[in-house]
Design a protein around this ligand. Structure first.
Ligand code: HGY
Ligand code: MN
Ligand code: MN
Length: 409
């Protein structure tokens, strides 16, 4: 069986469940998500798993183990960014199903149950929150996020309910940590490290911490031709100063990333002075204290710019996820599995966050990275080869067997 080619074929098929064919745009609780579910359900059933969707919209495939045995969780996210790639997230679900299917085909009996989890929303692009699925399982879900709205004013609660989820039951999904062996996630690296090293797989050491903020600037509009330059309270000029100052400061801060990724502007017409700007400021770092320090710097910059320009400014944190280390035992199991596929298995940190970031609050977690062509992700050009996916399926299956041996299969 060419497991890697089967993965490539499946990912090509499910990539078609997208708003358009410029890459993949598949947001949570949408028609595209609904169309993808039966495809993922088939992957899980082909691996011999029973399938159901939980109250948070996570599609769960389960292969039972001996009575009273713990459960090994494997998963990733079905959603994408706007015009993203066909591997980010969904590949981890596909490879998880194929690793379980491969073990079943080889007749490997496991001393524990296995679940493959297809989480609905990891990117946090449709709603200003994310990770509802894993946070529900980890018992860290905040019901307040159900009131958050998307760009059309639709609340997360109503989108989830219309999709067949049950907002009121999400909090009750928390798993008992004593019943969980651990969580494994296979993900495209989304960076250049593995490709630069010429290797297909890497073991993740830890996932960066992240926070997202909304920064608002409120100035005064007026006629672009009649209002003198001196004395203007131009919201976009204030925003531009912050964007440049944050970028300059982040470049001078090792292992920290700061990005203004989205901006709205009013009245947004050629001949009126901008009165209002809302922008997102995202800060990431492997060290949570570095990230907190930078956030303090940014807040001070905002106060200084506001005083200097007469434009009122506020910063509000909308999302936060601490940095999390990977579990050494799961790292060892993943490395043992990967060594079956390749001689060199580097260890590397993740600058991207993942469902595993939240699952770390429930149980030990480990991640396996796949080589990413050109290091590009969150674009239609994102690519992982069938050969590398075949190696990852073999590695994951071997890692699971390694864990089984440790648990007295
Ligand atoms: O933003 C991230 O790091 C992830 O792709 N959601
Ligand atoms: Mn992503
Ligand atoms: Mn992802």
């Amino acid at each position: 069986m060419d497991w890697g080619q089967l993965a490539q074929d499946r990912l090509r098929e499910i990539a078609g469940h997208s708003v358009d064919q410029n890459g993949v745009t598949r947001f949570p609780f949408t028609a595209e998500h609904a169309a993808a579910l039966p495809v993922i359900r088939d992957w899980m059933q082909d691996a011999g798993m029973d399938v159901h969707m939980d109250a948070a919209g996570t599609l769960i495939g389960r292969a039972d183990g001996p009575a009273g045995a713990p459960t090994l969780l494997i998963g990733s996210h079905q959603d994408s960014v706007r015009n993203g790639g066909r591997y980010d997230g969904i590949m981890g679900i596909a490879l998880g199903c194929l690793a379980v299917q491969r073990l079943r085909a080889e007749g490997t009996a496991l001393p524990f149950a296995v679940e493959v989890l297809a989480f609905a929303d990891e990117e946090g692009v449709r709603f200003p929150t994310a990770l509802m699925g894993p946070r529900a399982l980890a018992g860290t879900f905040d019901p307040a996020v159900l009131d958050m709205v998307d760009g059309d004013g639709v609340t997360l609660a109503s989108a989830l309910r219309d999709f067949g989820g049950a907002p009121d039951a999400v909090e009750g999904l928390a798993r008992d940590p004593a019943t969980i062996l651990g969580y494994l996630e296979v993900h495209i690296e989304q960076g250049p490290v593995l490709e630069d090293m010429g290797v297909p797989l890497g073991v993740v050491t830890g996932i960066c911490g992240i926070e997202r903020n909304t920064v608002t600037f409120r100035g005064e509009t007026g006629h672009a031709g009649t209002v003198p330059m001196v004395g203007r309270r131009d919201a976009l000029v204030a925003a531009a100063r912050l964007i440049d100052a944050v970028h300059t400061a982040a470049r001078a801060t090792p292992d920290l990333r700061a990005t203004v990724g989205a901006l709205t502007l009013r009245p947004n017409v050629v001949n009126a002075i901008p009165s209002a700007v809302d922008l997102t400021l995202e800060i990431r770092a492997l060290n949570d204290q570095d990230r907190a320090n930078f956030a303090g710097q940014a807040a001070a910059m905002i106060d200084e710019i506001a005083a200097d320009t007469g434009v009122a400014a506020t910063i509000t944190r909308t999302y936060h996820q601490p940095a999390v280390p990977c579990d050494p035992d799961l790292m060892a199991a993943l490395e043992a599995g990967a060594r079956h596929a390749c001689q060199t298995v580097p260890h590397l940190p993740s600058g991207a966050t993942h469902d595993a970031s939240a699952m770390a609050d429930l149980c030990p977690m480990g991640m396996l990275f796949l080589r990413c062509r050109g290091g590009v992700s969150h674009t239609p050009d994102e690519y992982a080869s069938a050969a590398d996916m075949g190696a990852a399926i073999h590695a994951l299956a071997t890692s699971i067997a390694h864990l089984a041996a440790r648990h007295g299969a």
